[in-house]
Design a protein around this ligand. Sequence first.
Ligand SMILES: [Cu+2]
Length: 164
Amino acid sequence: MKKSAIKSLAAAAFAVCALAGASPAALAQDAALKVDDACVRSTVPSQHATGVFMRLTSASGGRLVGVESQAAKHVEIHEMAMQDNVMKMRQVPGIALPAGQAVELKPGGYHVMLIDLAGQISPGEHVALTLIVEDADKRQQRVPVDAVARPLNAAAAPAAGHGH
Ligand SMILES: [Cu+2]
């Protein structure tokens, strides 16, 4: 991947949690992976896990196979889904990113879980993450993402009732 693409991705990640419609469209041609609206749910002092949400669009298709962050001891990719009328959460090995199709990581669906947090995450704080994306030829690409902490409403947040 070209250096310039990495730079523009970082710039895009910086403008996260912007209101809908504010996504930088010019980026799409250049970047293999577009990341929009990256947010982390802010935490209270006693909380040791939280969710990260974003929208991913892969230009040529691929798969999110891992996420790294210094903000927590463990970083997992999770899926939340209704099962026998109960919201269940499970770890998944990856998330398919069909070419040109936006994939939402959002409360109630896919999300990145930060487990054993290094510290409290206050609203407005920035959390650095690295997405590991694999293309069809199994080549891996590391994409830096800057997620802004926001107090998402409790009902929609996957951290509540979480089995960790
Ligand atoms: Cu989770």
